[in-house]
Design a protein around this ligand. Structure first.
Ligand SMILES: Nc1ncnc2c1ncn2[C@@H]1O[C@H](COP(=O)(O)OP(=O)(O)O)[C@@H](O)[C@H]1O
Ligand SMILES: [Mg+2]
Length: 272
């Protein structure tokens, strides 16, 4: 049983549960560069958690540690109450963590539908050999995966582009397809690296609405990196602020907005 006494209720009445993920004293070095310096923070069940900070602050590196793309030099990653051993990214994915990338990473020549099907990989049970021997079983599995993907296509309102090669889509729609591929894995924790970067105002509004709907309708916990402060303030329950690899703030949007260190280091400077 989840201990709800650890949780809290948001201003808009959503119930946030206990701790899902805990980063404990994470340090990450690349040769002489220290990308992350001794950072600790938690992510709670059902929460929308933002990570903000200037370019080069170490935000993407932090998401890469959570997703298993980078192994921290020091510190521990705890997930659902136990310390995570060193894992490959696909093993982390199998634990129910999916992500999108700062630079879109889709198969440009493949259709929206096929790109989203690749998001089902971690859930596929039949191996190639099994598929050869038990054709019927594999076909049944294939159609179940297709059904799950079609539901997400409806949810994201991208029916009209389901057969279109993603390389031909405008940027904002590609970002939406990438979100769709992550959702196809039916993650418990969704990691979004700058989901709205490079979008126009209308595209940002659409993406914001989808992020809120994913959290609300699927109960998905979300950690996102975002530069647009307005978006962060509107979307997130709690915010971690990073600067030069260090954590300089952590709290509700209002708390970090009024934190002098944050104002000095981040809000005071332009990022455009
Ligand atoms: N794979 C890597 N190899 C070497 N240095 C890296 C690597 N990834 C990130 N860094 C460095 O770590 C620092 C933080 O980068 P990053 O996490 O991308 O910041 P942010 O996402 O906040 O802009 C930067 O100095 C960057 O050059
Ligand atoms: Mg980044």
């Amino acid at each position: 049983m989840k201990d709800m006494s650890e949780g809290y209720t948001t201003a808009d009445g959503r119930k946030i549960g206990g701790t899902m993920m805990e980063m404990k004293n994470i340090t990450l070095r690349f040769g002489g560069v220290v990308a992350i310096k001794d950072i600790s923070f938690d992510i709670r069940e059902g929460e929308i958690r933002a990570i903000i900070g200037p370019n080069g602050a170490g935000k993407s590196s932090m998401l890469n540690v959570i997703s298993g793309f980078y192994i921290p030099s020091e510190g521990e990653v705890w997930f659902h109450g136990s310390k995570r051993p060193q894992m490959k990214p696909y093993q982390v994915a199998q634990q129910g963590i999916a992500r999108t990338f700062q630079n879109i990473a889709l198969f440009k020549g493949m259709s929206t539908l096929d790109n989203m099907m690749t998001g089902r990989m971690t859930r596929m049970k039949s191996s190639m050999a099994q598929q050869a021997m038990w054709w019927g079983k594999a076909q049944k599995e294939e159609s179940e995966h297709r059904e799950a993907v079609e539901k997400i296509i409806d949810f994201l309102e991208i029916q009209a582009i389901r057969k279109t090669p993603v390389g031909r889509l405008p940027y904002g729609l590609q970002k939406r397809v990438e979100l769709g591929r992550a959702l196809a894995a039916e993650p418990k924790l969704l990691l979004l690296d700058e989901p709205m970067a490079g979008m126009n105002v209308e595209e940002k509004e659409d993406m914001s609405r989808f992020i809120l709907d994913v959290n609300d309708e699927f109960g998905t916990t979300i950690a996102l990196i975002e530069h647009d402060m307005g978006v962060v303030m509107d979307l997130s329950d709690r915010v971690v602020v990073m600067d030069y690899g260090k954590k300089i703030g952590d709290g509700t949007p209002d708390e970090v907005r009024n934190n002098q260190d944050v104002i000095d280091a981040y809000l005071g400077v332009s990022h455009d």
